[in-house]
Design a binder for this molecule. Structure first.
Ligand SMILES: C[S@@+](CC[C@H](N)C(=O)[O-])C[C@H]1O[C@@H](n2cnc3c(N)ncnc32)[C@H](O)[C@@H]1O
Length: 472
């Protein structure tokens, strides 16, 4: 049992205390100690002295709100976004960009030491500086917005932290400026045509979530996640929207994704998709290849940093024309096809069927004949590949935040590829999985944080590993 768990909390709700902020926590919140007890303070920066009012007390920590900043950090900046304090989208707009990059590097180091139990000296030498984005604003090519009704108007926005409540804002500093006008057009159009937001309380209405995606050519896909029924006047909605696109933008696709929403849950379950306008896909150009992307398929959301991420990952993979590659969690085959240009053969594995179909199409469309994409869970497909005696020289891994299942890592250790390049969006699960691989005979050669999500506390990491025998 930790020391904190043994002591009675030295603070109560509404107490006012003054504390030195020691560091940022992994969500970007300030972390302080008060009489040996941990206090988390949103918006406080390391090195600041802050007066705080306690808002919540738990057994091992308390949460406080800043009343005043007595000593201000030189890293503090004025957030340009008017709703920064409310919105759950960004956590670090109040931190200078240099300090954001350092914070992300430190988050990765902390996870490797704390969760992976790696030696601090090893971590210090392996974890490189975070790769920056030269213009760290308005980078997203996709936003997912919650819908609600306010005073008879249709409203859609990022949600307030810890709630399902969308925030109304004139603009958002991490999406393209043209999305402001586009969103205004969509929501006005919805209101005028009687397309209603889904109401969680009485379980009525249509659109629960609105997804806007665009590509390098400013072509736009709109996805409406709705409950079961057909959308009223959908055809007219699409026609008006296509006519009123922001200058330089073109509507290429409007999709309704129907979800059932169970009576005892707010979670929806995907039922089927209906193309209301244009194509079921959008296109994107990445490093000289063209990709088609279905509405339900994953694509990296920061196109500029995606190039940096893939270039670094492939440089670490050191592919040659004799290498057989597994690209696990392959999405629409972006990394697989880039790898296929340098390797003998690439096997991609992806659980979303539409994404796997996109990947197969993309390979053919780009004239790459040395790839095969398998639809299913990595946990099921990797053993099948093993039983077919297909052994990789190199494995690329890019799982979701949960990381890799232990059985997948164990299977990879048995397969013993010479190199593993693990791309992760969650340092905690990465650290856990690296420990598994290192205990299984791999040596970490570099850990490269990449800033894919400026202004947020999220960090992407490329971990490169060599089989121990090769590393010797
Ligand atoms: C972080 S994305 C990476 C996709 C791709 N590498 C890219 O850069 O676009 C993770 C992908 O893994 C898929 N996925 C999630 N869990 C999976 C599993 N257990 N087996 C196979 N694919 C899975 C998701 O659908 C998603 O496409």
């Amino acid at each position: 049992m930790g020391k904190d768990q043994l002591m009675a909390p030295p603070v109560a709700v509404l107490d006012q205390i003054t504390v030195d902020v020691l560091r940022l926590g992994y969500r970007g919140e300030g972390v302080a100690r008060y009489n040996g007890f941990t206090v988390f303070i949103d918006g406080a920066l390391a090195g600041e002295l802050v007066k705080v009012q306690i808002s919540k007390v738990m057994r091992t920590f308390a949460v406080g709100k800043i009343l005043s900043i007595i000593r201000t950090s030189p890293q503090r900046e004025t957030p340009p976004c008017e709703v920064f304090d409310l919105c759950g989208g960004c956590q670090l707009q109040h931190v200078s960009y240099d300090a954001q990059l350092q914070f992300k590097q430190q988050t990765v180091k902390d996870a490797l030491e704390r969760i992976g139990k790696f030696d601090s000296e090893v971590v210090r030498t392996l974890v490189l500086d975070t790769l920056l984005q030269s213009d760290p604003w308005r980078y997203r090519n996709k936003v997912s917005l919650m819908a609600t009704a306010r005073s008879g108007r249709f409203v859609a926005g990022f949600v307030e932290e810890g709630t399902h409540e969308p925030i109304e804002a004139q603009t958002c500093m991490i999406r393209p400026k043209a999305y402001d006008e586009l969103l205004h057009t969509i929501t006005t159009n919805f209101t005028e045509l009687g397309i209603r937001p889904y109401d969680e309380k009485n379980r009525r209405g249509d659109v629960r979530q609105l997804v806007i995606r665009s590509n390098n050519a400013n072509e736009v896909m709109i996805v409406m996640i709705t409950q079961g029924r057909e959308l009223p006047r959908a055809e007219l909605f699409c026609k008006v929207l296509a006519e009123r696109m922001p200058e330089g933008y073109r509507l290429v696709s409007v999709i309704q994704q129907k979800h059932s929403i169970a009576a005892d849950s707010t979670e929806g379950q995907f039922i089927k998709e209906r193309v209301l306008f244009g194509s079921p896909y959008m296109q994107e150009e990445i490093a000289g290849l063209t990709f088609r992307i279905s509405a339900s398929a994953f694509l990296q959301v920061n196109p500029i940093q995606t190039l940096v991420l893939y270039e670094k990952a492939l440089a670490s993979a050191k592919l040659t024309k004799t290498d057989v590659v597994f690209d696990l969690f392959s999405g629409v085959g972006t990394l697989s096809l880039l790898a296929a240009r340098q390797a003998k053969a690439v096997y991609g594995v992806e659980s979303i069927r539409a994404a796997t179909e996109d990947a197969t199409f993309n390979a053919k469309n780009n004239g790459l004949t040395n790839t095969q994409f398998l639809s299913g869970f990595v946990e099921d497909i990797v053993p099948q590949l093993v039983s077919d005696r297909i052994c990789p020289d190199v494995v690329l891994l890019d799982p979701p935040r949960a990381g890799c299942a232990a059985q997948v890592l164990t299977a990879l250790i048995d397969l013993a590829p010479q190199r593993i390049v693990y791309i992760s969006c969650n340092p905690a699960t990465l650290a856990r999985d690296l420990r598994h691989l290192v205990d299984g005979g791999y040596v970490m050669t570099s850990i490269q944080p990449v800033d894919m999500f400026p202004q947020t506390a999220h960090v992407e990491v490329i971990a490169s590993l060599l089989l121990h025998d090769v590393a010797q």
